[in-house]
Design a protein around this ligand. Sequence first.
Ligand code: HEC
Ligand code: HEC
Length: 371
Amino acid sequence: MINVFNKSVFSVVCYAVFFSTAFAERVYEKQGPPRELTTEQADIASGNYQKYCSLCHGENREGYKNDHAPSLKSKQLFEAGIPHSVLRPLSYGRQGTAMAGYLEDVGGPMTLDEVWDLTYWLFWESGAERVKLSENPVLGDAVRGEVVYQENCATCHGVNGEGVNAPALGNQSALAHNKDEFIRYTIEKGREGTPMAAFAGTLSEADIDNVTAFIRSKASGWKAEKPVLNDLPTPDQYVLNPDNADPEFELSEGMYVSSVDLFKAVQDKRKMILLDTRVPSVWQRAHIEGAIPFPYYTDLDDKVKDLPKDVQIVGYCSCPRAATEHIVNQLRGMGYDKTAVLYEGVFGWMNLGYPVVRAEGIVDKITEVQH
Ligand code: HEC
Ligand code: HEC
């Protein structure tokens, strides 16, 4: 009797210690809100959101409209991420993903004031209260963290953190932009309204540290640098090989051309126009030779005068198709029948080993560390 009693006292004490240390959620101090926007700034930011972001992140910031773009309304992102974990991906993009850089310094369409205002607009729309996060690294056992990662995270984030249907956690620009405590906060609290669950009740405090340390161990010290920007092509350069024959594409679903067929047409120097429908900052980094920047938010009424109707037009993006379909459907509505979308997108094209023109210097450096 006494033994049994003692044993259950022991286990009660054990559970109490277990729950109060291992599974206790941290208490975070609140941080003051960032500056408020004037009505005019908020109106411009809201307009910029619809023009530039809604294609992938959704009209109401809910995410997952295209390309597995994350939610831009979850409280946890804005509690922990304001300003830099929002401002930086928005400004510089995440290399190798569909998220391009929008700041004019890297070839995007927005000024520095506009990216700041959009960052704060998203914060105010989210209704979050900022929390104070330490700048210190999260210390943990990365080897144990990898085991935790493979068991709990790899199905969505990929065995090598490459992102499957969730952000690429091993992405060098994400690692450069996100502090350890921001990553840790996301793991602990999850992201409301998204598939990212809170692991506070499932993983111990120590394992949350360990998996954070494992993610950090993937960082190579990569830093975004200001690229040298190329001049954009002028309308007289739009039509490639103007004196040659048209390509003969058989479009699947009446819309898509395969990389194999497009590459053949490129090699045969067929007469074509190639539209790169991504943000020009990523055209600056790498594009299919001869492609012109024609971003998905182009004002077509203004730009179509430069596009002849009788030349085969092929559009591509990295998404692999959303941005281009958005443009091609509008062009078809305006009578451009000889239009097609590159089925695999530019990443698919590159994965097949087909060539792209890269910007000099900086871009090669980035590609080197990424692989
Ligand atoms: C072509 C699709 C696309 C467009 C357009 C786009 N994004 Fe993204 N965005 C993504 C994807 C995909 C990711 C996740 C990338 C990754 O794997 O890390 C992302 C990630 C982000 C993140 C990081 C979120 C997080 O959870 O860490 C922010 C912030 C962001 N985008 C803001 C914006 C804003 C603001 C705009 C408009 C100016 C925009 N994006 C336009 C596809 C897009
Ligand atoms: C069921 C799929 C799923 C699982 C399992 C999962 N995640 Fe996520 N995770 C997501 C999605 C989706 C997002 C983006 C959420 C959003 O829209 O904000 C995300 C976001 C994140 C982010 C923020 C990334 C950024 O760029 O802001 C981190 C960090 C993260 N997850 C870490 C983990 C870790 C570590 C694990 C395992 C312990 C894990 N996740 C398990 C789906 C998952």
